[in-house]
Write a protein that binds this ligand. Structure first.
Ligand code: SF4
Length: 196
C-alpha cells in the first residue's frame, strides 16, 4: 500500500496551496509497519483497514481557520506506508483560508460575530464524505480534536472562551451516522503503539 491517496493529493493540489510539505517527506513503504498494521486491523475489530481519512491539517496542510496547520509528526509517521485520504470539510464547504473562528452555538455553527456558517459546515461535511466515497471509501477516520467540524469527543462550548464540552463536530456526526469509526490522533497512536 502506498502512503497518500494520490487522487486525494492531486485534489489537494488543486484545491489548496501550498502543497503539504509533510506529505512529501513521508516514506512510501515500510514493511515493518505493514505487519504491525495488519495486527492493528485485527485489534480494530477484524475489519481490513485499507484507507484512512485524515484531517488535512494534521498532515501539515495550512487549512486551519488561522491559515496554519496542526501537523502531528507522530501521526504522519504512524501512517507511513498506508493509504490516506486527506480531507478538510470546512474548505470543501467553500470557506476561505484564513476565516473567522467558529464554534457550535446551541447546535448551530456560528462565528464570534454571530454570523451563521452552519450551511457551509454541513455542505463541507457532505462534500468531504463524497470525496472519501469517490476515493473508494475508508474504514477509519483520524480527525483533529476540538474542531467544530472534526472534533471527535469534545468541542468548544460556543462562548469563544476556550471552554470545552462533550460533543462532536459536524463532519464527525455525519461519519458516525454512516457507521464509520472516528478517532483522535492520540487514540490512534495509542492503539498503534500498543501493538509494538
Ligand atoms: S475542518 Fe478539520 S481538517 Fe479542516 S482545518 Fe478544521 S480541523 Fe483541520
Amino acid at each position: 500500500m502506498l502512503f497518500g491517496h494520490f487522487h486525494a493529493l492531486s485534489f489537494l493540489r488543486r484545491r489548496y496551496s501550498p502543497v503539504p510539505t509533510a506529505l512529501a517527506r513521508v516514506p512510501k513503504v515500510l514493511g515493518a509497519r505493514l505487519s504491525k498494521f495488519v495486527r492493528l486491523e485485527h485489534r480494530l475489530g477484524g475489519t481490513s483497514i485499507v484507507r484512512i481519512a485524515v484531517s488535512a491539517c494534521l498532515l501539515g496542510e495550512n487549512c486551519k481557520y488561522s491559515g496554519g496547520n496542526n501537523l502531528c509528526p507522530k501521526l504522519v509517521d504512524a501512517l507511513s506506508g498506508h493509504e490516506v485520504i486527506p480531507v478538510c470539510p470546512e474548505v470543501l464547504g467553500g470557506l476561505p483560508i484564513p476565516r473567522p473562528p467558529a464554534e457550535i452555538v446551541h447546535g448551530e455553527v456560528r462565528t464570534q460575530a454571530g454570523e451563521s456558517v452552519d450551511a457551509a459546515f454541513r455542505l463541507g461535511a457532505e462534500r468531504a464524505l463524497d470525496h472519501i466515497e469517490a476515493a473508494g471509501g475508508c474504514d477509519l477516520a483520524v480527525l483533529q480534536p476540538r474542531s467544530p467540524s472534526c472534533g471527535v469527543s469534545e468541542v468548544y462550548d460556543g462562548t469563544f472562551s476556550g471552554r470545552l464540552v462533550p460533543g462532536s463536530g459536524v463532519f464527525v456526526r455525519l461519519l458516525r451516522q454512516r457507521g464509520l469509526r472516528v478517532m483522535q490522533p492520540d487514540e490512534f497512536l495509542t492503539e498503534f503503539a500498543s501493538l509494538g
